[in-house]
Design a protein around this ligand. Sequence first.
Ligand SMILES: Nc1ncnc2c1ncn2[C@@H]1O[C@H](COP(=O)(O)OP(=O)(O)OP(=O)(O)O)[C@@H](O)[C@H]1O
Ligand SMILES: [Mg+2]
Length: 220
Amino acid sequence: MIRFDEVSKHYDTHTALRKVTFSVEKGEMVFITGPSGSGKSTLLKLIYMAERPDEGNILVSEWDTNTVRESQIPLLRRNIGVVFQDFRLLGNRDIFENVALSLRIRGVEEKELKARVFEALKSVNLRHKTENYPDTLSGGEQQRVAIARAIVSDPLIILADEPTGNVDPDASTGIIRTFKDINAKGATIVIATHNRELFRNTGRRLLKLDFGNYTGEELG
Ligand SMILES: Nc1ncnc2c1ncn2[C@@H]1O[C@H](COP(=O)(O)OP(=O)(O)OP(=O)(O)O)[C@@H](O)[C@H]1O
Ligand SMILES: [Mg+2]
């Protein structure tokens, strides 16, 4: 589903990723881990093609960074739900509309749209906050809205960047459970985190980065 082949990414003189090779199978849930600055967010940005590799090749579903046209990238992104490290909620729309947006773009009819938005918000325990605006929510609540928004359209791939960075341990457990449920329904999930508690005893693969180098994998 996702394959990196000798991928390097440089920012000016700084190398954020150095000849990274790994793959994630369809239907897997894996963790990318490593200290702050090791390249986790960069790796996720390369998967949804917000950044392009300087060397090497990346394959995401049927899209290949060496051959993909700029005009195909929106289509690729429709298949990927992203939980950004900084949430990126729209401040001028309420929580319902933030989560509904991707369904509206697809032209999903109102009754189905409502059912899906409520279901997604329920799975992150925020069904009661639909009419609030993002700036009235706590950091952890905003993070959970970002998760609801990423899962609402049933994407093929979910990328989550430090998705429990702002929540307490109980909410963290709930979030991982939500990802597991979605994964059980077939989504491929990649979670970047430096929080070891998140993957402890999950039995899932951990792909490890250190200063931009891929340093191998182990099981959680
Ligand atoms: N747009 C950019 N311009 C210049 N340098 C960048 C840029 N984005 C990332 N970097 C650098 O690349 C390295 C990897 O950054 P990245 O954000 O991928 O790390 P991370 O593992 O996600 O860290 P954290 O755990 O703190 O989120 C860092 O040294 C960072 O300073
Ligand atoms: Mg990061």
